[in-house]
Design a binder for this molecule. Structure first.
Ligand code: GLY
Length: 246
C-alpha cells in the first residue's frame, strides 16, 4: 500500500521570526498528519488535501484563510484551487471574501456549481446559495497586519498547499492563498489558475505551487512539472528542468 501527502506553507517570509517559524512548522506537521490519517483509513486524496489545507488556512502566520494579507483597500480577497487527478475535475474560486476555508468552497464549486471557476461577486453568491459558512473580515486579519500599513510581500507568510496519493493510486492537489500583500482589488494570482497554482493527474503527478503569482502564471508551472514527469523524470528532476528551461 503506497500513500503519500506533502504540504507546504509557502515561499514567503513566515520564517522571519523563530516564533512564527515554529507556528508555521507546527501547522504543516498537523496538516500532514490530518491528511495522512485520512489516507490510512482508505480516504481519497481529495479528502486528504482538503483537510490538510483547512488546517493551514487556520494558521495565522500563513497567507491563506485566517492570516491572509489585506489588499490595498483593507479587504481580504482569497483564491483557491482543488483538482482531482482521477478525472481532472477541478474547482476554483478567486477574489472570494469572508470565508475561513476557501479550499472547501473551491471543492463545492467543483462538485455542486456545474462550473469549474467562480470569481468575485459570483463566488460570493454561490457561497450564500449553498449556505457556506461566512465570517467577518476581522476574523481573517491577524492583529499585527494593519490594513492601512504597507506590508512587504514577504512580511508574514505565503500561499499554502498540499498534494496527496491515496491507496487507490489517485492523486489530488490543493492550493489556497490570500495573494500578495496590498495587491490591487481584483488582482488574481497563479493559485486558482489550473496548471499554474496546482495540477493533478493520475498519469503524471500532483503539484501545488507557491511564489510570486505574476511570474508563476506565465509559465503554467504546475502543469509544466507534470508534463516533465510524464516524460519519465522524477518530480524533483521535473521541477529542476522547468527552472533550467526558463
Ligand atoms: N502565489 C500566490 C499569489 O501570487 O497570489
Amino acid at each position: 500500500m503506497t500513500l503519500a501527502i506533502i504540504v507546504h506553507g509557502g515561499a514567503g517570509g513566515w520564517n522571519q521570526s523563530t516564533a512564527r517559524k515554529q507556528e508555521a512548522i507546527a501547522a504543516c506537521a498537523q496538516a500532514a498528519e490530518a491528511g495522512q490519517a485520512i489516507l490510512r483509513q482508505g480516504g481519497s486524496a481529495v479528502d486528504a488535501v482538503e483537510a490538510a489545507v483547512n488546517i493551514l488556512e487556520d494558521c495565522p502566520v500563513l497567507d491563506a484563510g485566517r492570516g491572509s494579507y489585506p489588499n490595498a483597500e483593507g479587504n481580504v480577497e482569497m483564491d483557491a484551487l482543488i483538482m482531482d487527478g482521477r478525472d481532472l475535475n477541478l474547482g476554483a474560486i478567486a477574489a472570494i471574501q469572508r470565508v475561513r476555508h476557501p479550499i472547501s468552497l473551491a471543492r463545492r464549486v467543483m462538485l455542486e456549481s456545474g462550473h469549474s471557476f467562480l470569481v468575485g461577486a459570483g463566488a460570493d453568491a454561490f457561497a450564500d446559495d449553498i449556505g457556506f459558512e461566512r465570517c467577518s473580515v476581522e476574523e481573517l486579519l491577524i492583529d499585527d497586519l494593519h490594513i492601512d500599513e504597507m506590508i512587504p510581500t514577504s512580511a508574514i507568510g505565503d500561499t499554502v498547499g498540499a498534494v496527496a496519493l491515496d491507496i487507490h493510486g489517485n492523486v489530488a492537489a490543493a492550493t489556497s492563498t490570500g495573494g500578495t500583500a496590498n495587491k490591487r482589488a481584483g488582482r488574481v494570482g497563479d493559485s486558482p489558475l489550473v496548471g499554474s497554482g496546482a495540477y493533478a493527474d493520475n498519469w503524471t503527478a500532483a503539484v501545488s505551487a507557491t511564489g510570486y503569482g505574476e511570474a508563476l502564471m506565465r509559465i503554467v508551472i504546475s502543469k509544466r512539472v507534470c508534463d516533465f514527469v510524464g516524460t519519465g523524470l522524477s518530480a524533483r528532476s521535473g521541477f529542476t528542468s522547468v527552472r533550467s528551461n526558463l
